[in-house]
Design a protein around this ligand. Structure first.
Ligand SMILES: *[C@@H]1O[C@H](CO)[C@@H](O)[C@H](O)[C@H]1NC(C)=O
Ligand SMILES: *[C@@H]1O[C@H](CO)[C@@H](O)[C@H](O)[C@H]1NC(C)=O
Ligand SMILES: *[C@@H]1O[C@H](CO)[C@@H](O)[C@H](O)[C@H]1NC(C)=O
Ligand SMILES: *[C@@H]1O[C@H](CO)[C@@H](O)[C@H](O)[C@H]1NC(C)=O
Ligand SMILES: CC(=O)N[C@H]1CO[C@H](CO)[C@@H](O)[C@@H]1O
Length: 528
């Protein structure tokens, strides 16, 4: 493993000199909120009222900031800075409802569980109930095709193994009906492909950053937006080369949009996928590990953090350069990241225990605060790896927010520049024996520990603690970095995996499509 010196610009802002800007932004924000609170309380004289985001900001009684004052007993704690009416938690608190594929226009949720219009529309017309050819899967999924093509398509659609065809069409007969305020009443945006494309063109696209599960997600989007997008990969044979979906200039929809200045239909992607397994480069992680955990190196002069498992991963600066590039090649508004699947003690071989299980908690070792590293025992197994994960993701969130702030101040003269947002999508565990499963679960079951999937929830917990506000009155710690806890719908779909394994997710079952639907809603409505 190389240990060449790291020249990572993101490590620099963590020095005290770099934090002033963030501190000023935070305190300015706090002052604004304080003044706002004080003036409203003075005007209304009602201290029990809390700030609550307007259901229709600026339409019914919204004030100048787009917030409404609503009695505190109305609806749970909605954090300041998260507008709108269908939070990730509410979306995820729904259920899978069986709706035969021929009664639905596509794999996505309607917002109204009792809406029968598709049944009415189709007058009971009945589609085939057996899969006879792999192409049938598109019919069952109600997809015309997928822009991201090749033979690969049949793996992503889970149709590659004939001996599993008896899973279909049932696996595509389920619709996610979200919970809370997302259902009925227009709380959750209805999926309309033209509206989605308009938002991607006019409001800015998405850069997806993550491992092969994010690759699954990207593929599914290429089907949802087909034939209005065309797929291209950067000119390189590398597995991690950037892949993008561009607007299909011949699509009849293409003439109906208002294109931002510098948008070029040929070169401005709507959605891109950059493979990055760990969110940091190997060199970054080796350097940070030495800094945070000298105890490993004191005990063992030949200690190595990484083993020999292959991994594709680069520095945050490298993918933020893509994200924040010029509109002609990068008109992105949102970056969606996810990681955990490669954070194993197999890749991080230095954390593997030579005896005992990596999953077992470390024996409690008495420690006194005055200890130097020579006395500290390295903490091995997942307990230790998760400590390190947390340390580097705290640095990641700070670094990303600082870079967004720096970029926003550079761009403050250009009025049309979108406010960039970074969304961290929760990581989802797989299901044991998934190819024998024929129905969704109605409640989440404990994860069976294959490939150390039983550890994934701990990575998600770290993101929750890091990115979610602890109370409704506290500003979010990283204003433009959000956590989307969307893993429940997928956790309820043991029947929704690809043919080759039980972690990757099939396109068309509604899980990946639901992520896309929710992210679109979140970016354009919740935090607009
Ligand atoms: C849901 O759909 C049903 C049937 O179309 C309709 O009667 C009902 O008003 C709808 N509910 C909401 C909240 O839109
Ligand atoms: C682009 O759109 C046109 C018109 O709908 C269609 O004929 C063509 O097949 C599309 N191209 C791709 C690559 O999907
Ligand atoms: C868009 O990009 C292509 C490829 O680089 C270029 O040939 C074309 O001139 C550009 N169009 C405009 C309007 O700038
Ligand atoms: C020291 O680290 C190397 C490389 O990680 C490892 O192979 C070796 O077993 C370690 N030695 C001890 C005594 O832990
Ligand atoms: C794929 C992987 O990382 N498997 C490991 C999960 O945890 C067990 C128990 O520690 C290991 O033996 C596996 O190698």
């Amino acid at each position: 493993m190389s240990s060449r010196p790291v020249s990572c610009r993101l490590l620099a802002p963590l020095r005290p000199r770099g934090s002033w800007k963030y501190a000023i932004a935070l305190s300015t924000c706090s002052i604004v909120i304080l003044i706002f609170f004080t003036s409203h309380f003075a005007r209304n004289g009602q201290l029990e009222w809390v700030l609550f985001p307007s259901e229709k900001a600026g339409v019914i009684g919204g004030d100048e900031l787009g917030w409404n004052l609503t009695p505190s007993d109305s609806k749970g704690d909605v954090p300041i800075g998260v507008e709108g009416t269908c939070t990730p938690e509410e979306y995820a608190q729904g259920q899978w409802v069986r709706r035969p594929y021929w009664t639905r226009p596509g794999p996505l949720s309607r917002t109204n569980a009792s809406d029968q219009s598709y049944y009415d529309l189709l007058h009971g017309a009945h589609g085939p109930e057996k899969m006879a050819a792999k192409e049938d899967i598109l019919k069952f999924a109600r997809l015309e095709g997928c822009a991201s093509g090749g033979e690969y398509i049949w793996n992503q659609l889970a149709a590659s193994k004939e001996e599993q065809w008896d899973r279909f069409p049932k696996a595509l007969d389920w619709e996610w009906v979200p919970g809370g305020r997302c259902t009925g009443g227009g709380g959750f945006r209805e999926w309309v492909v033209e509206d989605v494309l308009r938002d991607l063109v006019e409001g800015g696209g998405w850069l997806l950053v993550g491992d092969s599960i994010t690759g699954n997600h990207f593929f599914s989007i290429s089907c949802l937006l087909y034939p209005h997008v065309v797929w291209r990969k950067e000119d390189s044979k590398e597995r991690d080369a950037l892949q993008s979906l561009y607007l299909n200039a011949s699509s009849p929809l293409a003439s109906g949009f208002q294109y931002p200045a510098d948008f070029n239909v040929t070169t401005t992607p709507l959605i891109s996928f950059k493979r990055v397994d760990l969110l940091w480069s190997i060199e970054d992680l080796v350097e940070m590990h030495r800094k945070h955990h000298p105890e490993f190196y004191v005990k063992n002069e030949t200690f190595k953090l990484f083993g020999s498992e292959p991994v594709w991963t680069i520095s945050p600066d490298a993918y933020l350069d893509i994200f924040l590039g010029p509109a002609a090649t990068a008109n992105y508004k949102a970056m969606v990241v996810s990681t955990a699947g490669h954070w194993t003690t197999n890749l991080f071989r230095g954390y593997h225990k030579t005896s005992g299980s990596d999953l077992a908690p470390a024996a409690a070792s008495p420690s006194s605060p005055s200890e130097s590293f020579e006395d500290v025992e390295p903490l091995l197994g997942y307990d230790g790896l998760l400590v390190f994960f947390k340390e580097v993701m705290v640095r990641w969130a700070k670094a990303v927010q600082l870079r967004l702030d720096a970029h926003a101040s550079l761009e403050s003269t250009a009025e049309s520049a979108p406010q960039r947002q970074v969304l961290v999508r929760a990581y989802m565990a797989g299901h044991a024996d998934c190819h024998k499963q024929r129905e969704p679960f109605t409640e989440v079951k404990p994860v069976v520990n294959m490939w150390n999937w039983s550890e994934f929830w701990r990575y998600n917990r770290i993101w929750t603690d890091l990115l979610s506000p602890s109370t409704g009155s506290k500003p979010r710690p990283y204003e433009n970095v959000h956590f989307l806890d969307l893993d429940r719908p997928g956790a309820l779909r043991p029947d929704g995996h690809v043919a080759a394994d039980c972690l990757h997710i099939m396109t068309g079952s509604g899980v990946l499509e639901g992520w896309t639907h929710y992210i679109w809603h979140y970016v354009t409505k919740q935090i607009h």
